[in-house]
Design a protein around this ligand. Sequence first.
Ligand SMILES: [Zn+2]
Length: 171
Amino acid sequence: MHLTEDQLNEYLDEATIERVQIEEHLSSCDECAARLSTLQNVFTELDSLPELELTRDLAAPFTLRPSLPAQLPKFLTLTVTLQAAVALTAIGIAIPFIANLMPSINLSAFVGVSIQLQTQWTSWLDTLSTFQLPPMPELPIVEMSSLLITLAGVSVIWILGNGLLLRNQLK
Ligand SMILES: [Zn+2]
């Protein structure tokens, strides 16, 4: 019985428990000794091969492209947050204004109001730009002007923010 490839490999790796038997066979069998030295030469040659740089990075297609942002850029996140904050402020300022325009709406049912608020929001901006406001002695002049400034600010920030978001999506 000659030695198997596995036995020779394990002997070279010094991972065999049959070391004595293998050496006995090698000393008496020229054929297996020759196979062992061939195997040894192959490993020596493999070890002496220089490490070559790949001309193509094989890992590249599997890594994230740096051009794809993992999340929205910081300034966009800031814009969206600012939009939400300004909108909340505007709604807070606007609630007495709504109550004045639409006395039929019960403010205690705020959930129902907030749903209608969005619809009212757009029609408001139209009303403000096209019609003259009805006189409202209940609201002081200072409050009125701050409301108008807030509305103007909301509109500008909203349009700018959405413009930025849209441009980011189109890229
Ligand atoms: Zn042999």
